[in-house]
Design a protein around this ligand. Sequence first.
Ligand code: GDP
Length: 433
Amino acid sequence: MASSDVVRQMVRMRSMFSRFGVFCPFCGCVKFGTVGDKNARPLALSGHVGFDSLPDQLVNKSTSQGFCFNILCIGETGIGKSTLMDTLFNTNFENFESSHFEPKVKLRAQTYQHIVDYIDTQFESYLQEELKIKRSLHNYHDSRIHACLYFIAPSGHSLKSLDLVTMKKLDSKVNIIPVIAKADTISKSELHKFKIKIMSELVSNGVQIYQFPIDDETVAKINTAMNVSSDAHAEINYKKQQEKGFICAVFTFNNPKGSSSVRCGREYGGVENENHCDFVKLREMLICVNMEDLREQTHTRHYELYRRCKLEEMGFKDTDPECKPVSLQQTYEAKRQEFLGELQRREEEMRQTFVQRVKEKEAELKDAERELQGKFEQLKRLHADEKSKLEEKRKSLEEEMSAFSKRKAATELLQAQSFNASTNNKKDKDRKK
Ligand code: GDP
């Protein structure tokens, strides 16, 4: 950060402390409150207290320890994200260009979900660090997103529905600052109309983009000017927006290296020329004036919302149904009891289900047994019937056989008798001869 920026932020902090800080000579602490706070005891200072050096201490601490400020750039490929970042920090970020030649094109719905998940993951990491027994937040690498530069394609017509949906999904999670990319590719009048159109679309769709704070008098003037217009667009009806709680600024950016020197009938100078684009304003607002507010908003508004939802999801509450405050221990105990109750209920449910199943199975087995017994009895009866029938048949056959034997014996007797008779006759005849 440039030294002038540090000084500017320092002055801002100093004015803040001098407005809100009250020093207590008894305990040596500084009490903060509004000037009209009835609880604050105004005391005449006997000498130099020195707490006005607090901003210097904070600046020294920040410069020696360092701090994290993360910017997320969202926009289609080739819209100028890397160029803006390189220009903003006057450096060359290590970019590993990824090939855009996918073998197949897959259309995915809800592409913003990846961004939402990424932002949530950073919040989650911070929350996990905060919930640790041994926390090391002072040297924690904060990867939460403090500012999100949303790049809008310079179509000149209106916002794409994907942009609107994405911004709507992100506005409760991150400080969105819209930037019209490659502003040199459309004429100044078109750009002016485009800005107004974008802002009215954001307002009508209830997209809450980052509002530059105007409550601090040291930056109120510059932020108001920026909120009203980054291009003096009076037609946007700024007052109406303020009433609705929307104050927004859409920045434009055109890269002097990326663009040709003459475009759309006008000549482009350096990126620092405020007539050509809002680069200087964006840099001022992002780094010099509102960096601390962006960090603070991220922590106190977006992270707090994430944390609250997450803890509520886990069943933690500040108050019970009768609106009485509940301590963490009480919540833990209540949750434990609830869990044990649930466990017991499930155990009982499982036991009941098991008994029911056993009963059903037993009944099923008994039915099967009865059925088998019936079949067995029936087969037994059939067998007995068959047996008696066969017995009868055997008896009749035996009778037939004995009758046959008798008839056979009689026949044989008759045959023998007739043979004897014929033999005797023959003998008689022979004798007579
Ligand atoms: P990214 O994929 O979004 O990171 O896009 P890059 O920053 O790599 O830019 C893609 C191309 O657009 C490069 O050739 C840049 O020179 C060019 N470019 C970047 N900014 C501008 C701009 O403001 N105006 C014009 N005309 N071209 C730009």
